[in-house]
Design a protein around this ligand. Sequence first.
Ligand code: UDP
Length: 450
Amino acid sequence: MEERKGRRLVLFPLPLQGHVNPMLQLANILHSKGFSITIIHTTFNSPDPSKYPHFTFHFIQENLTETESSTKDILSLLSLLNIKCVAPFQDCLSTLLSDSLEEPISCLISDAIFHFTQAVSNTLNLPRIVLRTGGASSFLVFSAFPFLKEKGYLPFQESQLEEPVVEFPPLKVKDLPVINTSQPESLYELVFKMVSETKASSGLIWNTFEDLEKSAIAILRDEFDVPVFPIGPFHKFSPASSSSLTQDESCIAWLDKQEPKSVLYVSFGSLASIKESKFLEIAYGLANSKQPFLWVIRPGLVSGKEWVEQLPNGFIEDLNGRGHIVKWAPQLQVLAHFAIGAFWTHSGWNSTLESICEGVPMICMPCFTDQKVNARYVSEVWRIGLQLENGFDRGKIEKTIKRLMVEKEGEEVRNRILGLKEKANLCFSQNGSSSQSLDRLVSHILSFES
Ligand code: UDP
């Protein structure tokens, strides 16, 4: 832990699991560098402050109605948060600034999706640094949305799905980071503001590392007139995790009893939801593969269902202990376990990085936005996993699992991801790229007048 710097940073995470976790991890990293930390958070989806006694928390009332806060429509939730948070956030931040004479606030660090915070920072004359919790490669595609619209790639038609996006190889039209919505214009507007307000910021932090996304980072440095700091993977430095769901530790004892590298870990993150028909194909595909599996079925994963009630009668008993199902797993611990041989993922950025850091090859089944770009990079750029695409049924699932976990092809994929794991572990060494980038970030923050 470094000497205290007598400076405070205010961090404002987007209140979704895959965004709160990396922001809290970043907070731990910056705290270890000597900064004091204040977290402003919505009351919606708030983390438990007692887990972070070294931070100061302020909760703002964003006043979402019950219907608004329980919506499955992520796009409208994000757009609404960018409207409803403005006044309470500005009040909170200006009070903090006027109360901070003893320990001046150096800057605000906010999630890229909270684009309104740039205008608030300008008003209060406080520098704003952006944390982008996704990858750099997908952000490049987001930043090209106006171009992609102009070229006719967006919005796309069914008939275009398999066509290449020649300006972004190896992406196909179906990989463009959109979400299924009846209001594509509100998606374009959200993305446009996220990008333009990032360009207007005083710096950009990435949860990624140079060896993974070198060319995307170089292009961003070139195209964005703000300093760029790739200082990930954050969780290697600080494994903070916050979730309203309780991690079911029973799976570790179950994993302890399995053969090395034999288990397929299956989890689709905190937001994705799937249809019942797809869920059943997954269940049968897993059972037919004969491979042991640990499956996270989050309550609400299957649209309109409570939990596992739609599994066929006797399904679990017929597995004879070969499958273990939990509502939420200690994912970092699971991926690091000797018994895990592969990860069937929705290709969220955090899950992708966590898998890379443990050298666990992936089966990718992206649902929306940047997950689609991440999956294509995993399968065709880094070649550390296989993508389930072009049809989805139990036969195809069984075959894909075998390709990755039993056949020679899988061994090659595993060797490649083990190479990447090594690089990920080196970037936090003394002269590693993320350590150096972090030192530059600290100097950058200290250069702000406060
Ligand atoms: N996670 C977890 N337990 C689970 C499933 C997921 O702790 O059973 C964590 C996982 O380690 C990751 C985060 O939840 O840090 C999911 O983030 P990601 O970006 O992969 O996906 P999102 O949930 O944002 O779609």
